[in-house]
Ligand binder design. Sequence first.
Ligand SMILES: [Fe+2]
Ligand SMILES: [Fe+2]
Length: 169
Amino acid sequence: MLHKKVEAICNRQVEREGYSSNLYLAMAAWAENNGLAGIASWLYVQADEERLHMLKFIKYINERGGKAIIPAFKKPAAEYKSVEDIFTQVLKHEEFITASINEIVQVTLEVKDYTTHSFLQWFVNEQIQEEASAHAILDKLRLVGKNNMYIFDRDILGLRAAEANANQP
Ligand SMILES: [Fe+2]
Ligand SMILES: [Fe+2]
C-alpha cells in the first residue's frame, strides 16, 4: 500500500502535470492565433507529453493501491507578450516542476518508500531534459532577435528533432 503522504503528494503532482499540459495548450493556441505555426506545434507536442506525465502518476498511484484524484485545473493565461515571454515562462514553470518532483523524492526517503523513489527517477531525468530544452530555445531566441521570428518559427521543430537524435542510445 502506498503511504498516505506519498499518495497525497503524488496526487498533487497529477494536478501539476495536468496544469502544465493546459498551460502549454494555452500557449500553443496563442502562437497559432499569431501566425506562429512552428512554435504552436512545438507547444502542442509539449502539452501531449505533459498529459502523459499526468497519466504516469495516475496509473502509478492506482497500481500501488492508492486512489488517483482527477482535479479541477486553474485557467492558464490566454494572452502572452511575445514568444520570449512564453519560453521564459516555460523555463520558470519547468524549474517549479523540478522542485516539485524533488519534494516527492524527499518524502519517499522520509517514509522509506524505495519503490516510489525508483519510479521517480524517470521524472528526475526528464526534468534535466525539460530545463535544458527551454534554456536552448531561449538562447536561440536571443540570437535570432525579435525581427526574425519567421526563421525561428520555421526552425523550432528542428530543435526537437535534434534533441531526439541526441537522446538516442
Ligand atoms: Fe512534466
Ligand atoms: Fe515538462
